[in-house]
Design a binder for this molecule. Structure first.
Ligand code: ACM
Length: 533
């Protein structure tokens, strides 16, 4: 090694490149690789799509349309992307990335790992690589480096509520692409709620004909006295056709993101009841809800309603190939069930103790149904009340206690506590300078300090903690730009919590890398919140 190369390593080694999330192991190497017109992307046949995705990512800014081939003549400058059975220790999502003057080599045990290798490679190039127009005069160089990397958690998610405010298909795709850039691999799509049903269901067309639209929306936070509520007079709505969903699922799949669709039941269901009043408890005709909060209009627990929702889930399963289907289960007030002859008869006939056990009975029916179809039910932690369904995964949002209880009972858990992962909370103590939010306070450093495995769990219980995810509820998020403001950069911090080994996590180092990373997000037209305070 030359003196100069040794010096370069010495200078580089005190600050690793600005990769977010920080890789597990990074060793600077001498030299740099520069993309040129003759550079070829060489892949195994099985990785051709990953190679083509890299080509498509690199083309707009560089103007270089790199060839994708299964082999290249010796001496050709190449980015090789190969499966390597000797790298099983890095798991399905790990990879090695070696950059020298003459080549870039990405090796992984599985395709997902190779994909994360290309996401890291994009971040080793100048931030302008994310431009959508050709940039003259940029040297597209990658510093010499050896990276060996793998995630800490299997479930690294972001959630988006499209019920309170509909978000266009193009934004959903943008968020999925950004999630993948941060090596997140789950997109939890909250598709139904009191204020809107957003998924076309062929068997029940009124769910979107009626349930996807509301005449107006409450202005500001709801007063305790609903007679004081004021409304904006603006109709709001929208839904995704099944073709839209197929497009989004394919887009996510190409980026190794599994979509977890959520169909809420039995609470947060007023839009469905507005479309089909027979789903409710009182037979009255309700509007799609125009306010925010917890709504007493929940589904009735009759056999026809169970069948209706199983039919909905049949269409959901046909659209979404992933293993997990979320059935909500949170915030289902029991006032109407207490007053309902049907619900009370059902409780008596089934020998149940109370309305919580009746909700548990309802959830069990969905668990059986999904399990029989090879899928896994996910629910918010209220599904613990009245007895957890045997195959359910618990998403712990009211703190981590629900997650602890479920993991101790041998169930898989996804951590989503409001205290650390609710991106609808304020990100500054100075709320006056911020757009109106639901409340709370979740600054960037608190997200970064999140530890998804509670110390109360033993090592074997802790294995049930699949990971965590960030939530964006959209009562106070009217559009995509505001959504970006609330999600970024907090999701960058969460991505590092979920990917990087805890001993490599350092908030000062993260914020240093984040300065460069925010340049990428700016180029990607992400309306992130600046770091000022
Ligand atoms: C929730 O925030 N109601 C899950």
């Amino acid at each position: 090694m030359s003196m100069l190369a040794a010096l370069a390593i010495l200078l580089a080694s005190d600050s690793i490149p600005a990769i977010v999330p920080r890789p597990a192991h990074v060793t600077p190497q001498p030299g740099a690789f520069t993309l040129r017109a003759g550079t070829v992307i060489v892949t195994d046949r099985a990785l051709r799509k990953v190679g083509e995705l890299l080509r498509d990512y690199l083309f707009p800014a560089t103007g270089l349309r790199l060839g994708v081939a299964t082999a290249a003549p010796a001496g050709t400058p190449a980015i090789s992307i190969r499966l390597d059975s000797t790298l099983a220790r890095l798991g399905d999502e790990g990879y090695r990335l070696d950059v020298s003057r003459s080549r870039v080599a990405i090796r992984a045990y599985r395709a997902a790992g190779a994909f994360y290798g290309i996401e890291t490679l994009r971040q080793l190039l100048p931030p302008a690589i994310f431009r959508q127009a050709e940039m003259a005069g940029v040297a597209w160089s990658v510093p010499g480096i050896a990276i060996e990397d793998l995630p800490r958690f299997a479930w690294r998610g972001v959630h988006l509520d499209v019920a309170r405010h509909f978000m266009p298909k193009e934004f959903v795709k943008k968020l999925i692409d950004l999630a993948a850039l941060h090596k997140l691999n789950r997109f939890h799509w909250h598709l139904t709620d009191d204020q809107g049903w957003r998924l076309e269901i062929k068997q029940y067309p009124r769910l979107t004909q009626v349930g996807a639209w509301r005449p107006q929306t409450i202005i500001g936070r709801p007063d305790r006295d609903s007679t004081k509520w004021r409304f904006d007079g603006q109709p709001h709505g929208g839904f995704y056709t099944q073709d839209d969903v197929r497009e989004i699922v394919a887009y996510a799949r190409a980026r190794f993101v599994t979509i977890v669709p959520e169909i809420e039941m039995p609470g947060h269901s007023q839009a469905a009841i507005a479309a089909y009043p027979e789903l409710g408890n009182r037979g009255d005709t309700l509007p799609v809800w125009m306010g925010w909060g917890v709504d007493e209009n929940i589904l009735n627990p009759g056999d026809a309603t169970v069948r209706f929702y199983q039919n909905v889930l049949t269409e959901v399963m046909a659209l979404f190939p992933g293993r997990w289907i979320h059935i909500g289960g949170d915030e289902a007030p029991k006032t109407q069930w207490k007053a309902s002859p049907l619900a009370q008869t059902r409780i008596r006939e089934l020998g149940l103790k109370d309305e919580d056990e009746l909700q548990s009975w309802f959830t069990h029916r969905m668990d059986e149904f999904l399990t029989a179809h090879g899928r896994t039910l996910v629910g918010w932690d209220e599904i613990l009340q009245g007895g957890l369904a045997p195959n359910a995964v618990v998403m712990s949002w009211r703190g981590v206690d629900g997650g602890i209880a479920a993991a101790q009972a041998g169930h898989d858990v996804v951590m989503a506590p409001g205290s650390h992962t609710y991106f609808d909370h304020y990100q500054s103590a100075d709320t006056v300078a911020e757009p109106l939010a639901i409340g709370g306070y979740l600054p960037l450093d608190t997200v970064y300090a999140f530890e998804p495995v509670p110390p109360a769990l033993t090592a074997s219980e802790a294995r049930h903690v699949l990971g965590a995810q960030g939530q964006l509820w959209t009562e106070y998020v009217p559009d995509a730009k505001r959504a970006e403001y609330m999600v970024f950069p907090r999701v960058c911090a969460l991505a590092e919590v979920l990917w990087t080994p805890p001993e490599e996590r350092d908030y000062g180092d993260f914020t240093r890398r984040l300065v460069t990373h925010l340049q990428r997000l700016a180029v990607l037209d992400v309306n992130y919140r600046p770091l000022a305070n």
